[in-house]
Design a protein around this ligand. Structure first.
Ligand SMILES: Nc1ncnc2c1ncn2[C@@H]1O[C@H](COP(=O)(O)OP(=O)(O)OP(=O)(O)O)[C@@H](O)[C@H]1O
Ligand SMILES: [Mg+2]
Length: 309
C-alpha cells in the first residue's frame, strides 16, 4: 500500500508542477461547451450502427422508456451518491462470470453521459478477458494493456463511439495473463488518479472481472472511490453475494447493487430496493452505502418493435 501512496503523491506533485489541479476527486459540473471540447480534441471516433447496439442490448444508446427507465433510476441514484461524496471513479463488478457486469457498466455509462454536465470514460479493466469493445462491434488493436506495458499514449487509445455524446471508451487491449499484477501496479494507480483528476466534470467507470474467480478485482478496488455489485437474479447464490460484499468492503466503498436479468420486475418494484440490499442491511459497515439499487429486467433484445416495458 505504501508504494501506491507514494506513486499517487508523485503523480499529484507532477500535475501541480505542470499547472494542473491537486485534488483527488471531481464530481462538480463544468460548462457543457468546455466538456465537449475536452472530449473530442484528440479522441478517435468509430462508427457504430444503432442496429448493432440494439442487438447487443446497449439500449441506453438507442431508445428511451421501457427498459431504459431502470438504467435511468440507477443513474440518478449513482449520481446522487457520487455528488454527495465528491467521488468520480466507480468500479462495476459481480461475484462470478457472465452476470452482466460489462453490459451494466456500458448502459450505466451511456446513461450518465446523457446528463449534460458530465463526460463519461468507460475503462475496460478486465485485462484477462477484455470485452467492452465487442458490444460496440469495434476491433481496437490496442488499449489499456498497451499503455501499461508499452507506454502507448492514452490519446492514441481512447475511442468515441459515434453518436453517443460525451462518452469515451478506453478498450482493454491485448489480453494479459498477469492481469492482477498489472491492475495492482503503481502505474495503474497513477493512471486512475490522473483519469479521476484531470477533468472535474468526468466520471470514470471501470468494467472489472468477476470478484470471486480472479484476484484482479480485489487488487484493483482500492484505487476507485467505490464499487457497484451486479447480481444475477436466480443465479448468484446468497452466500456468494455476502462473500463478495465482505471482500469488497475490505478494499473500497460499496455504492450498492444491481439485480440484473430480473424476471420479476413490475413498475411497483422499481421504487423498492432489490433483495440483495435487504441482505446487505445485515452487514453493518461504514463503507457500505447500500442505498443505490436497481432491477434490470432480462431483455430478449428482439430487433423488431420496441423493447417491452
Ligand atoms: N439485463 C439483461 N437482459 C438480458 N441479457 C443480459 C442482461 N444483462 C446481461 N445480459 C447478457 O448476458 C451476457 C453476459 O453479459 P456481460 O458480458 O455483461 O457479463 P459479464 O458479467 O461482464 O461477463 P464476464 O464475467 O464474462 O465479463 C451477455 O450475453 C449479455 O448480453
Ligand atoms: Mg465482462
Amino acid at each position: 500500500m505504501e508504494r501506491i501512496k507514494q506513486a499517487l503523491e508523485k503523480a499529484r506533485e507532477e500535475r501541480l508542477k505542470a499547472g494542473g489541479t491537486a485534488g483527488t476527486s471531481g464530481g462538480t459540473a463544468g460548462p457543457v461547451a468546455a466538456v465537449s471540447q475536452i472530449m473530442y480534441t484528440h479522441t478517435r471516433t468509430e462508427e457504430v450502427p444503432l442496429k448493432f447496439l440494439r442487438e447487443m442490448r446497449v439500449i441506453t444508446a438507442v431508445e428511451s422508456g421501457g427498459f431504459t427507465d431502470a438504467y435511468g433510476i440507477l443513474r440518478t441514484q449513482v449520481l446522487q451518491r457520487l455528488r454527495e461524496k465528491q467521488w468520480n471513479a466507480l468500479a462495476v463488478t459481480s461475484p462470478e462470470i457472465g452476470e452482466g457486469k460489462t453490459l451494466t457498466a456500458i448502459n450505466l455509462a451511456i446513461s450518465l453521459a446523457r446528463e449534460v454536465d458530465y463526460t463519461v470514460l468507460l475503462v475496460d479493466a478486465d485485462l484477462r478477458n477484455p470485452g467492452v469493445h465487442t458490444y460496440f462491434g469495434i476491433h481496437p488493436e490496442r488499449g489499456l494493456s498497451d499503455y501499461l506495458l508499452d507506454d502507448v499514449p492514452l490519446a492514441e487509445l481512447l475511442i468515441h463511439p459515434s453518436g453517443i455524446g460525451r462518452f469515451v471508451i478506453l478498450p482493454g487491449g491485448k489480453p494479459l495473463e498477469n492481469s492482477s499484477e498489472m491492475l495492482n501496479s503503481p502505474k495503474m494507480a497513477r493512471l486512475v488518479d490522473e483519469l479521476k483528476t484531470r477533468y472535474s466534470s468526468r466520471i470514470v467507470l471501470f468494467d472489472l472481472p468477476p470478484l470471486l474467480s480472479t484476484a484482479d478485482t480485489l487488487a484493483f478496488s482500492p484505487y476507485v472511490d467505490a464499487a457497484l455489485l451486479v447480481i444475477e437474479e436466480g443465479r448468484t447464490p446468497a452466500q456468494e453475494i455476502e462473500r463478495a460484499t465482505k471482500l469488497l468492503l475490505q478494499n473500497t466503498n460499496l455504492i450498492g447493487t444491481v439485480l440484473n436479468k430480473s424476471h420479476t420486475m413490475k413498475p411497483s418494484d422499481r421504487q423498492s430496493p432489490p433483495w440483495p440490499e435487504r441482505a446487505f442491511d445485515r452487514l453493518r459497515d461504514n463503507r457500505l452505502l447500500g442505498r443505490v439499487g436497481a432491477k434490470l429486467q432480462a431483455w430478449s433484445g428482439r430487433l423488431s418493435g420496441k423493447a417491452r416495458s
